[in-house]
Design a protein around this ligand. Structure first.
Ligand code: MD3
Ligand code: FE
Length: 220
């Protein structure tokens, strides 16, 4: 489905629908976070003062182009030993910063809107992209309970989600996302392969040449 930009002044903008199915169990909520985007960005910068963004290394020895940090009771990390959640930031030796209330509130409301009531995330991975960076196809499977959904919020410059199927070889569907968009996936989509295509050069008034994505998870 085509969507027009929510540019004020565009008299003939097509109204953005409230939710669009990406696949069974995966929903795009266009603009769902727009009203709290500034609060979320302020909270991200706050988290990053205590737990700075870093480019982690995969078990295969590659440094990720996407910079990451975490907040909540556990944070997702990768190094030569593998992928896992851990309560302490390996860079600082301190517990990850607390989950901001604005994250919890938005996650619960978005999950509810997608049909997943009572979502209480305990972990949040924060990804920071610049033009030229990407996230290769993967599954999110380090969480304990795959019955729990994941909520993703996009902020800053646009990107294209790659939504694959149950197997890495399935040709991914391309889903454009922009500032304020939320994606919720669970149920049959919970273990789908997904990624983010290489970002194009762009600038956003709220973030400059950056895109942030926060994923809210029940990891423990
Ligand atoms: C799965 N982050 O941190 S979720 C991650 O934009 C991650 O940084 C993405 O993948 C990012 O692990 C956001 C991407 C996504 C989008 C739609 C999906 C995953 C999906 C639809 C179904 C299943
Ligand atoms: Fe993922």
């Amino acid at each position: 489905m085509k969507r027009s930009k929510a540019t004020s002044g565009d008299l003939f903008a097509v109204p953005r629908s409230e939710r669009e199915a990406i696949a069974e169990g995966a929903w795009l909520l266009p603009g769902f976070a727009l009203g709290v985007a500034d609060d979320l960005l302020a909270a991200i910068l706050q988290v990053a003062t205590a737990a700075p963004f870093r480019n982690m290394v995969t078990p295969g020895g590659f440094r990720m182009s996407v910079a990451m940090t975490n907040c909540g009771e556990a944070g997702w990390v990768t190094d030569r030993k593998g992928y896992r959640y851990q309560p302490v930031d390996p860079e600082t030796g301190f517990p990850w910063p607390a989950m901001p209330a604005a994250f919890l509130d938005l996650a619960a409301r978005a999950a509810e809107a997608a049909g997943f009531g009572g979502f209480r995330p305990d972990a949040c991975l924060i990804n920071r992209y610049e033009p030229g960076t990407r996230l290769t196809l993967h599954q999110d499977r380090n969480e304990r309970d795959f019955a729990q959904p994941i909520v993703s919020v996009s902020l800053g410059i646009p990107a294209t989600f790659l939504f694959g199927g149950d197997e890495r070889k399935d040709r991914p569907k391309r889903v454009p996302v922009e500032h304020g968009d939320v994606v919720v996936w669970g149920g049959p989509a919970r273990l789908a392969f997904h990624g983010v295509a290489e970002l194009a050069e762009a600038e956003h008034s709220a973030t400059g040449r950056r895109r942030y994505n926060i994923t809210l998870r029940k990891a423990l």
